[in-house]
Structures are given as C-alpha cells and as structure tokens.
Design a protein around this ligand. Structure first.
Ligand SMILES: [Ca+2]
Ligand SMILES: [Ca+2]
Length: 224
C-alpha cells in the first residue's frame, strides 16, 4: 500500500526591515536612509516582496531603496511565498533631519570688554526638526562640560581680568551639530590697584617728610 502525505504549506513569509546608519537617537537619522527588506519563508521560497514609501505606489523590492528628504517617513512592506501565502503588511516609521541647529551668543558680544564680577554668558539655540538635544561648553580651553537641552547660559564666577574664550557645540536629537565661540575681556582692575598703591606710596614718601619738616620748624620756632 502506498501512503501519500500531503504537506500543506500555509505559513506566509516573514519580512524584516533593518535600516543602515541610524545614530541611536530614537528613530532619527541625519542623512539619507538605505532600506533593505529581508524575507524568509518556511518553504525556502519567497516569490516576491513588495513595498511602498509614504503611501506611494507599491513596488517590487530588488536590492535596496534610498530614502531622502527631511521629515517623517513610513515604509510598508510584505512578501508572498511560492504557493501564494501573503504576509500581513508591516510598517516602520522613521524620521530624517539633516539640518544643524541654529546657535548664536546673546551676551556678551564677541570681543566685548565687560566689568569685573560674575559673567553670565548666554546664547540662543533652536532646532525645528528633531529638537535640541544637549550642549558641550569649553571655557578657556578647559575640559568639556555637558549641559542639557534647556540650558541657555553659563556663569563664569568672578573671572580674572584679561581675555576669556567660551566655545559651545549644540547637538540636535538626530546628531547634527553647530559650533559657536566668543572671546571677551574682563577689565583688569589689579593694575588700577597697583597704580593706586604706587601713588599712595609716593605721596607718603613726599608728604610725610614734608609734614615732619614743618613740624620740626614749628618746634624750633616755639623754642626760640
Ligand atoms: Ca510559506
Ligand atoms: Ca536639526
């Protein structure tokens, strides 16, 4: 007796959509995105894979597809196996932001001269697409200090007189950066104090002997 076993192949393919080049910040990319669709099936045969971008026309997938343009994007995709089982349509959303944040100092102005005391350096920064992520600030060539996205100023506590430099790098969520720096000078009051001290010393050197001389003259006259 011959027994025939019929295998009903009814499982649809499974398609995945790995994306190349993400920077790990949510679903933001700061460059064109290359999309691959990888399909497998229990039978080993995938007849075709179809996809569409941002609700456009359905296309047959072959090798890869490059998507560009700032903003939100959606890819939808599915595959069909050798006997016509159709995978449920899957979708994946992602976003592209290729523009750096805007960054500019508000105060002090570049090459300004400021009074002694605490100096609060302020700036403005905006990013309309992915948003401001954080800042790196370097003062006078020291170590880089991180500031969160809502910071817009840093205070130098009573900096010494002379020249100072503040360097800032702003990051947006997609990984784009903008850099700005200013140089300003704090009025050097130490020279004024030194000059005042010298004047006071000279005055003392002149006035004290003069006063003593006058006093000695007075005593001499009194004795006579
Ligand atoms: Ca199958
Ligand atoms: Ca941006």
């Amino acid at each position: 007796m011959t027994v025939y076993v019929y295998y009903q192949e009814d499982l649809p393919p499974v398609t995945t959509c790995p994306m190349i080049g993400g920077n790990g910040n949510d679903t933001w990319f700061n460059h064109d995105v290359t999309v691959f669709l990888d399909a497998t099936d229990d039978s080993g045969i995938v007849n075709e894979t179809r996809y569409r971008i941002d609700g456009g026309e359905w296309r047959l997938f072959s090798e890869y597809h490059v998507i560009s343009g700032d903003g939100n994007h959606t890819i939808e995709y599915y595959s069909i196996d050798g006997v016509g089982n159709i995978e449920d349509t899957k979708s994946r959303m992602f976003k592209i932001d290729t523009e750096a944040p805007s960054l500019a100092f508000v105060w002090p102005e570049d090459h300004a001269s400021v009074d002694t005391g605490d100096v609060t350096v302020s700036w403005i920064c905006e990013d309309s697409m992915s948003g401001v992520w954080h800042f790196e600030v370097i003062i006078d060539g020291g170590g880089s200090v991180g500031y969160s996205e809502w910071h817009r100023n840093v205070t130098l506590e009573h900096p010494r007189g002379g020249t100072h430099r503040v360097w800032i790098r702003a990051w947006d969520v997609a990984g784009n950066t903008a850099i700005a720096e200013i140089t300003f000078s704090v009025k050097d009051t130490s020279r004024i104090f030194v000059l005042a001290g010298v004047v006071a010393a000279l005055s003392a050197m002149i006035l004290i002997p003069f006063a003593l001389g006058r006093l000695a003259q007075r005593w001499k006259l009194d004795e006579q």
